[in-house]
Design a protein around this ligand. Structure first.
Ligand code: TLP
Length: 359
């Protein structure tokens, strides 16, 4: 999404004397004072020996909240997805996912290099796949066709604009895939945003998936960390692959202490980010040259087509950054705004003002 030079330029903006409004991602949040205190006081041990009490507590709570056998802490969402894909597939198989999916576009082709698989992508305007589309892409039994090893859904769908799977749509895919012996993984980096939008518990909207990855370090505000949840056998295997990838950390309870607060307390405030995103969408849609349908904004992500401004997106984001607003460029015509706990309504109003000035 960003070149190294862009990242450095944007980082330089954040050190300017006036406060930048940073809507690049919900990954940019800083830990709350309560998280920092908990990290300072965390009881720790060696997690590779299974002896870190704070990690054990976090894994136990994650399993409980998702109503699953077990869970495992991983350093990043990308590692969580890579591990899940490795467990579910064999080399030479295909993985079906939506064309703008994170596992396909932003994980450095790890599904190929680590698991030996390739992607059979399906495009869907709002990022939500339906069984009728999926079933056409499942490989037939012909011996020389690469077999479908896994379906992977993304909820919310990041690059489609934080869109949410209706539970019955996701469940139909899981049920039909299972009838064919194909597992279904959920890239639920922002599954708590999905649950908030649907008004349902995460356990309910994820119950039919074989495995779920979710991030503590996005909307939930933890500084580091993601979780994988699934069956006992799946998590036992995940522990081995996490170590293989270099993700066996030692006194990781320092991180889990913040993760516990993220997990227990932060889902309850996500509706504020969604309300701010809807506010931004409504205001941006009134600015000539910007294309966004506020009706499609369900959570905290806005994907905006700026081709009508006649500015390339890098130019657009640079001009905004000069005035103190940081957003992300997805491609030449598309930019992304993401709301999170470190931007309040006043910051969003300032963001709109800056966009108006630039356009
Ligand atoms: N997404 C990041 C970027 O990589 C695009 C962001 O700023 O949104 N699944 C989904 C759906 C994600 O959006 C992300 C991160 C991940 C997985 C990976 O998580 P991390 O960054 O922890 O590896």
């Amino acid at each position: 999404m960003y070149s190294r030079a862009e990242v450095q330029a944007q980082a330089a903006e954040t050190t300017k004397p006036f406060p930048a409004v940073d809507l690049r991602s919900d990954t940019v949040t800083r830990p709350t004072p309560e998280m920092r205190r908990a990290m300072f006081e965390a009881e720790v041990g060696d997690d590779v020996y299974g002896e870190d009490p704070t990690i054990n507590k976090l894994e136990h709570r994650a399993a409980e909240i998702f109503a699953r056998d077990a869970a495992i802490f991983v350093p990043t969402g990308s590692m969580g997805n890579s591990i899940a894909i490795k467990i579910h597939t064999r080399p030479g198989q295909e993985i079906i996912c939506e064309e703008r999916g994170h596992i396909f576009n932003y994980e450095m082709a790890t599904l190929a290099s680590f698991s030996g698989c390739m992607v059979r992508p399906i495009y869907s305007e709002l990022g939500i796949l339906h069984w009728e589309q999926v079933k056409k892409k499942i490989a037939g039994p012909t011996y020389y066709l690469a077999q479908t090893g896994l379906l992977s859904l993304e909820n919310t769908h990041n690059m489609a604009g934080g869109t949410v799977y209706p539970t019955e749509v996701a469940e139909e895919i899981c049920d039909r895939a299972h009838e064919r012996g194909i597992p279904v993984h959920l890239d639920g980096a922002r599954v708590f945003n999905a649950a908030t939008a649907l008004g349902k518990p995460v356990a309910e909207i994820t119950k039919k998936f074989d495995s779920v990855m979710f991030c503590l370090s996005k909307g939930l505000g933890a500084p580091v960390g993601s979780m994988l949840v699934g069956s006992r056998d799946f998590i036992d295997q995940a522990r081995k692959y996490r170590k293989a990838l270099g993700g066996g950390m030692r006194q990781a309870g320092i991180l889990a202490a913040a993760g516990l607060i993220a997990l227990e307390k932060m889902p309850a405030r996500l509706h504020e980010d969604h309300a701010n995103a809807k506010f931004l969408a409504a205001e941006l849609s009134k600015i000539p040259g910007l294309k966004i349908d506020p009706a499609t904004v369900q959570t905290n992500i806005l994907i905006v087509d700026i081709s009508g401004t006649n500015l390339a997106s890098n130019d657009f984001t640079r001009r905004l950054a000069e005035k103190g607003l940081l957003i992300g460029s997805v491609n030449n015509e598309i930019v992304r705004f993401v709301t999170h706990m470190d931007v309040d309504r006043a910051a969003c109003e300032r963001a709109i003002q800056i966009v108006r000035e630039v356009v």
